[in-house]
Write a protein that binds this ligand. Structure first.
Ligand code: NAI
Ligand code: OAA
Length: 347
């Protein structure tokens, strides 16, 4: 079992981060030392996410953990001449050291979907993986901000909350389900249909992260477009809700979104780091503990700050179509949340 070879590769380039990285993940104080750990770092999401975090000037230490494959990924990423120090950790006996001192822990560990599966079909395997990783987080870096990518997010976030509660370390301000890919897709699809430059587009996406629980609020999209009919909005909503399935089917058995997810995960982690560093007015959508509906967890816009969630923002005015979508998603989201809580309580 423990033939795990430790690999701690350290590279600290003396040069400052490249201009590319500065453009990609901008501003904020880059002087605060921040450690980011990626759990599942050798996977389809983990590898490009490790690359993008290595390009982020706000990161000073990058810990790459997986049950296999991290020595190669860490060696590779560590040669990039940006300022952060990279270390690879492999196997459970090295998890503690990977986590110690982390400010942000990103979790893309677990199995992805194949065609014909729902995200909930991943519960059986991923629930246990998330539970054990969160148990270690509670022990080794209880104050870290946690970015949960592993599916089904609608259940894995409640599992994490229960694990932290049991350990006495739960801080609802520090637990985030990463729903940024839904926003990324909504922006791209809206810009394409409305024929506006995507760089200026914003679309809030609320609810959860599976099928109809993903509710893009195109009525609040900016810039406003008068070119879109009700039918266009319905089609954009459906495409956003099924964006993950579109990729799963296109990959035809070779997994789900990895590159766009790594991008989305890097955008969200960058926002968390900026918030921690005191950069004002950082707002992103995320699946968090919430009281804006009757459900205990809900995705909406949140303001990020020095302690994590500074404010959970309300839903704002909804169109009739969105109001209907909101009511329709609640039963499924409620049952996914309850499934996660039940699992964590019984295991
Ligand atoms: N939140 C979101 O928007 C999205 C979530 N996902 C989810 O992200 C997860 C990962 O997807 P991929 O990277 O494509 O899968 P993958 O199979 O390519 O990579 C998963 C990695 O997790 C590792 N792993 C398994 N058990 C582990 C453990 N106990 N500790 C640490 N690492 C462990 C594996 O060794 C593997 O390297 C899936 O659950 C997928 O559904 C995927 C896309 C979007
Ligand atoms: O669809 C999947 O299984 C992966 C995922 O969450 C996404 O791409 O949004």
């Amino acid at each position: 079992m423990s033939r795990f070879v430790q690999t701690a590769l350290r590279s600290r380039a003396s040069s400052s981060p490249s201009s590319i990285s500065r453009r990609s993940f901008s501003s904020g104080s880059s002087h605060t030392e921040r450690k980011v750990a990626v759990l599942g770092a050798a996977g389809g999401i983990g590898q490009p996410l490790a690359l993008l975090m290595k390009l982020n000037p706000l990161v000073s230490k990058l810990a790459l953990y997986d049950i296999a494959g991290t020595p190669g990924v860490a060696a590779d990423v560590s040669h990039i001449n940006t300022g952060s120090e990279v270390a690879g950790y492999m196997g459970e006996d090295q998890l503690g050291r990977a986590l110690e001192g982390s400010d942000v822990v990103i979790i893309p560990a677990g199995v992805p979907r194949k065609p014909g599966m729902t995200r909930d079909d991943l519960f059986k395997i991923n629930a246990g993986i998330v539970k054990s990783l969160c148990t270690a987080i509670a022990k080794y870096c209880p104050n870290a901000v946690v970015n949960m990518i592993s599916n089904p997010v609608n259940s894995t976030v409640p599992i994490a909350a229960e694990v932290f509660k049991k350990a006495g370390t739960y801080d609802e301000k520090k637990l985030f389900g990463v729903t940024t890919l839904d926003v990324v897709r909504a922006k791209t699809f809206y810009a394409g249909k409305a024929k506006v430059p995507v760089s200026g587009v914003n679309v809030p996406v609320v609810g959860g992260h599976a099928g109809i629980t993903i509710l893009p609020l195109f009525s609040q999209a900016t810039p406003k477009s008068n070119a879109l009919s009700d039918e266009d909005i319905k089609a954009l909503t459906k495409r956003t809700q099924e964006g993950g399935t579109e990729v799963v089917e296109a990959k035809a058995g070779k997994g789900s979104a990895t590159l766009s997810m790594a991008y989305a995960g890097a955008v969200f982690a960058d926002a968390c780091l900026k918030g921690l560093n005191g950069v004002p007015d950082i707002v992103e959508c995320s699946f968090v503990q919430s009281s804006i509906t009757e459900l205990p967890f809900f995705a909406s816009k949140v303001r990020l700050g020095k302690t994590g969630v500074e404010e959970v923002l309300g839903l704002g005015p909804l169109s009739d179509y969105e109001k209907e979508g909101l009511e329709n998603l609640k039963p499924e989201l409620k049952s996914s949340i309850e499934k996660g809580i039940k699992f964590a309580k019984e295991n």
